[in-house]
Each structure stands twice: as C-alpha cells, then as structure tokens.
Design a protein around this ligand. Structure first.
Ligand SMILES: Cc1cc2nc3c(=O)[nH]c(=O)nc-3n(C[C@H](O)[C@H](O)[C@H](O)COP(=O)(O)OP(=O)(O)OC[C@H]3O[C@@H](n4cnc5c(N)ncnc54)[C@H](O)[C@@H]3O)c2cc1C
Ligand SMILES: NC(=O)c1ccc[n+]([C@@H]2O[C@H](COP(=O)([O-])OP(=O)(O)OC[C@H]3O[C@@H](n4cnc5c(N)ncnc54)[C@H](OP(=O)(O)O)[C@@H]3O)[C@@H](O)[C@H]2O)c1
Length: 248
C-alpha cells in the first residue's frame, strides 16, 4: 500500500546563516499529522523522470507535536544539489508533498545517567524538537544531558539561543558549541575550538552508564562511532542518523 502523502504549503523561507535556510510549512488538508520529537519527513519534489525524494528533520520547537498545523525544517546549501536549488529558490505559497513522519532518533523510554546529543550542521535540528520533552523529563528523572553542536565558525551558528535558554533554565542540560575553524571573539565557556569528538572525549562518556545520539554529516557519525567503540561503548548505547545523500 502506498504511504499516505500530505500536501503542505510553504509559509516562510529565510536565510538563518550564509548557507542554511529555515523553511516553515503548514498542512493544506485537515488530515491529522503528529510526530515524535527527533523524527524527519520526506518531501516528494518535482524531478525530471520521477519525483525526487529528500528527507529533512523536523526542527520545530513546540510544546505539543500532536495534530500539528505545520512544522519547520532547516536546509544546508549543497552546491549543484537539486533539492537545494528547489528549496533555496522557493517562494511562500508553494505547495508540495511530504510523507512521514519517519525515524528512530527519538528520546529513550528511560533516561540514562548521562545522555549526549551530538550533531553537526543541520543535524542539530532533531534535538531542538526534543527540548520541551527534555525539560519535562529532567524534572522527573535523574540524568545529565549534554548537547554538542559542530559548526565551522560563529556565522554558522543557528538555534544557538534556544539551546542556551534551555541550558540556563535547566541546570542538568548543557550546550556545547564546537567550532572546527574559528571561535567567537571572545569565546564563552560553552565554546571550544575543534570537532565534536574532542569535546565529547573531554566529557569522558562512560560505556557502562551513558547513551550517545549522533546526527548529521555521515563522516562525523562514523568517526564518533569508531571513537566510542574504542571506548568499549556497546552498539545499543549509540544511536545514529546519517544525512546520507540520495541516489536519485
Ligand atoms: C534521514 C535524513 C534526514 C536529513 N535531514 C536533513 C536536514 O534536516 N537538513 C538538511 O540540510 N539535509 C538533511 N538531509 C540531507 C537531504 O536529504 C539531502 O540529501 C540534501 O539536502 C542534498 O540534497 P540535494 O538534492 O540538494 O543534492 P543532490 O542533488 O542529491 O546532490 C548533488 C551533489 O552533491 C553531493 N552532495 C549531496 N549532499 C551533500 C552534502 N551534504 N555535502 C556534500 N556533498 C553533497 C551529491 O553526492 C551530489 O554529487 C537528510 C538526509 C537524511 C537521509
Ligand atoms: N567548505 C565550507 O566552508 C562550507 C561552508 C558551508 C557549507 N558547505 C557545504 O554545505 C553542505 C552542508 O554543510 P553543513 O555545514 O550543513 O554540514 P557539514 O559539512 O556536516 O559541517 C558541519 C561541521 O561538521 C564538521 N565536520 C566535518 N567532518 C567531520 C568529521 N569527520 N567529524 C567531526 N566533524 C566534522 C565540519 O568541519 P570542517 O568543515 O571544518 O571539517 C563543520 O564544522 C556540505 O556540502 C558542505 O560541504 C561548505
């Protein structure tokens, strides 16, 4: 049976860094759409022979994710990319189709002792949708959560204020921004120079008690996974979502 598709209308398309745009959509029909924070949707875009299917994590920050009226995504510029071309030039009012929600990068039923949420570039989006649930769960469960966001330079930071606001309001939620090429001037205590794996190693993740989620650049996901395996992390304590390129 074909998966149900939903018609959505673009309502906003804004540059939030020199290479990332934030797109907002609303549902065109009354068909209810709910998702679990951390999931993604697949867009069916016009293609030459058949539709292009491209996936994007839902990045919305809302208290409820049930029967939502719409959602937002963030998309990074890929040179010569077909969906990139489509979305970077799309005007509000555009109607397109999605399927979903999909994906297993969702909050665990029980929080571990320490929970590391690691993302590079737009791979940080699924963690933003988790913030309200994180806040609620931290009131009930004994856990320390560290979010690690990998970007090149201060101009590439987005959603940073949201993560810092939650970190300020929840003493067991910590945000770390890892700049691979250039630090902000002056750097704050949550800023560091280097890849996410350097910051992660400095926090000494423990294979006996901790859980690590990885999302975004496939090379980062593989490299951090190898690092965790060297630290004897069991595979079940690492969850991965790679932003792999589509074949068509
Ligand atoms: C589960 C999932 C969730 C995803 N969520 C997001 C998201 O939230 N935000 C987001 O921006 N992307 C996300 N992606 C990636 C997204 O689906 C597309 O692959 C991406 O936007 C590129 O599509 P395109 O059609 O523009 O490029 P294509 O036309 O598919 O590719 C054009 C050329 O660029 C190369 N290429 C493609 N992507 C990259 C890249 N990132 N870096 C370097 N070269 C590349 C290809 O090999 C090809 O040569 C996700 C992918 C998956 C699988
Ligand atoms: N070259 C550029 O200046 C530039 C700028 C913007 C966008 N882009 C292109 O835009 C697309 C998406 O870019 P994006 O910024 O959303 O995501 P991205 O390419 O995943 O980069 C995000 C961050 O991840 C780092 N990274 C790369 N490989 C890593 C690894 N193995 N382990 C840990 N961290 C790693 C990058 O550092 P490093 O890049 O410093 O290695 C960068 O700080 C890509 O096609 C990218 O090439 C390129």
């Amino acid at each position: 049976m074909p998966l149900p598709a939903y018609k959505v209308r673009l309502t906003a398309n804004d540059a939030i860094t020199p290479s990332v745009r934030r797109l907002e959509f609303v549902f065109e029909s009354d068909k209810p759409f709910s998702y679990t924070p951390g999931q993604f949707v697949s867009f069916l875009l016009p293609g030459e022979e058949k539709p292009l299917k491209r996936s994007y994590s839902i990045g919305s920050l809302t208290e409820s994710t049930r029967d939502v009226a719409g959602f937002e995504i963030v998309i990074a510029y890929v040179d010569g990319g077909r969906a990139t071309e489509f979305f970077f030039n799309a005007e509000p009012g555009l109607i397109t189709e999605i399927q979903g929600p999909f994906g297993l990068l969702v909050m665990p039923e029980t929080l571990p002792r320490r929970f590391f949420l690691v993302g590079t570039g737009t791979g940080i989006a699924p963690y933003r949708t988790m913030l309200p649930e994180i806040e609620k769960r931290l009131r009930e469960e004994d856990c320390e959560i560290h979010l690690l966001f990998g970007i090149r330079s201060p101009e590439e930071l987005f959603y940073g204020d949201d993560f810092l606001r939650y970190a300020q309001d929840n003493e067991r939620f910590h945000a770390h921004f890892c700049y691979s090429r250039r630090l902000p001037e002056p750097p704050a205590p949550h800023d560091s120079l280097g890849y996410v794996q350097q910051r992660l190693s400095s926090l000494n993740p423990d294979p006996d008690t901790d859980l690590v989620y990885l999302c975004g650049n496939p090379k980062m996901v593989d490299d951090v996974f190898s690092l965790l395996q060297e630290k004897q992390f069991p595979t079940r304590q690492v969850k991965r979502e790679k932003y792999v390129f589509s074949k068509f």
